[in-house]
Design a protein around this ligand. Structure first.
Ligand code: CU
Length: 358
């Protein structure tokens, strides 16, 4: 019993070690103060969400618990989300946790936001060899997002997320010990001004992010210089609220397009039933090709490569006594193999060692 307790404690330490949360929001450079559990719907820990079917993917654990306050800002203002690891101003997030930062907005709701209500307003992925997370760390945890200048006044939920890709070469639904790590954070925002545009992408995270998305299952260590950010295109700011036109303006690669189109259709026909949306999504998988006016190149080759690499790794793990490429090979509380069948064991931090290419 004593031994088990220690093992559990070590595992918890490992789980909590390298993660991140949002501390506050700044408006045009002015700190709005500690927003945790006031205007931010803060989760109880800094752990990631990995299950794409979980409602926690949207506004994290406790995302359906309304906060006691709102941040007030005008359309066109710059919001700065300030992240932290354990304490404000620390190392923010471990350097291994590379990936994009994406921000969405939705009409204010006291629910957990798990429905087709979201519109993307900002995204930053990979530029050269620099990830959004690299820039976040070098900017002391701060990420700027501009509120669209045309946005109609009113109350909103604004959701920003980091997707950490250090274990994303495997899909979570194939290997639950691995998978992309999502760090979503929802804040309560009251927008002022004379804008009239209503965000209309009607994006649903639980159907719009999928394990076949090249931005969700991605090999961070393959030396790729391209990355396809998941979700719809960034909103143009011209939405009328009718939903018309969103399918073309938000068109992106493959599943995101189909989901967006299907979701809009389902929404306009009836109030959103989850089953209706998911069946519509499947029908629309053979999406009209006219919708695919993507301005971003999908990378089917790298997607296929990383998927097969993940499959190979899954089938080879556990039987050889050595960790496969990109698997964990050490760290506090880790009890698996500490040698690498391929590559060398790199120490990212005290808690996480990983087999990487030599
Ligand atoms: Cu972490």
């Amino acid at each position: 019993m004593h031994f088990n307790t220690l093992a559990v404690a070590a595992t918890l330490a490992a789980t909590v070690s390298a993660h991140t949360r949002v501390y506050s929001i700044w408006v045009n450079g002015v700190d709005q103060g500690d927003g945790r559990s006031t205007y931010i719907r803060s989760p109880p820990s800094n752990s990631p969400v990995k299950d794409l079917s979980s409602a926690d993917l949207v506004c994290n654990v406790n995302g359906g618990t309304p906060g006691s306050a709102f941040v007030t800002a005008a359309a066109g203002d710059t919001l700065t989300f300030e992240w932290y690891h354990d304490n404000r101003g620390d190392d923010i997030i471990d350097g291994s946790h590379k990936g994009p930062i994406i921000t969405y907005i939705a009409p204010y709701t006291e629910t957990n936001g798990a429905s087709a209500i979201w519109t993307k307003i900002d995204e930053e992925g990979l530029s050269g060899s620099t990830w959004a997370v690299d820039n976040l760390k070098s900017n002391n945890g701060k990420k700027d997002v501009k509120i669209p200048s045309t946005l109609a006044a009113g109350k909103y939920l604004i959701r920003t997320e980091i997707i950490a890709l250090h274990e994303a070469d495997a899909a979570f639904n194939v290997n639950s010990a691995r998978g992309a790590q999502f760090y979503p954070s929802c804040a309560q925002l009251e927008v002022t001004g004379s804008g009239t545009a209503t965000p209309d992408e009607n994006f649903d995270f639980n159907t719009g992010y999928t394990y076949s998305d090249p931005g969700v299952v991605y090999n961070l260590y393959a030396g790729s210089t391209t990355y396809t950010i998941p979700g719809p295109e960034v909103w143009t700011g011209s939405g009328s609220g009718s939903g018309s036109g969103s399918a073309t303006t938000t068109a992106k690669a493959s599943s995101a397009v189909a989901t967006s189109a299907a979701t809009s259709a389902a929404t306009s026909v009836a109030s959103v039933a989850t089953s209706a949306v998911s069946s519509a999504t499947q029908v629309a998988t053979s999406a009209p090709t006219t919708l695919v006016t993507s301005t971003k190149a999908a990378s089917p080759t790298s997607a296929a490569t990383s998927t097969s690499a993940a499959a190979a790794q899954t089938s080879s793990s556990g039987s050889t006594g050595a960790a496969a490429l990109y698997q964990q090979c050490g760290g506090r509380g880790f009890t698996g193999p500490t040698t690498c069948a391929t590559g060398t064991c790199k120490q990212w931090n005290e808690w996480y060692f990983q087999c990487v290419s030599a």
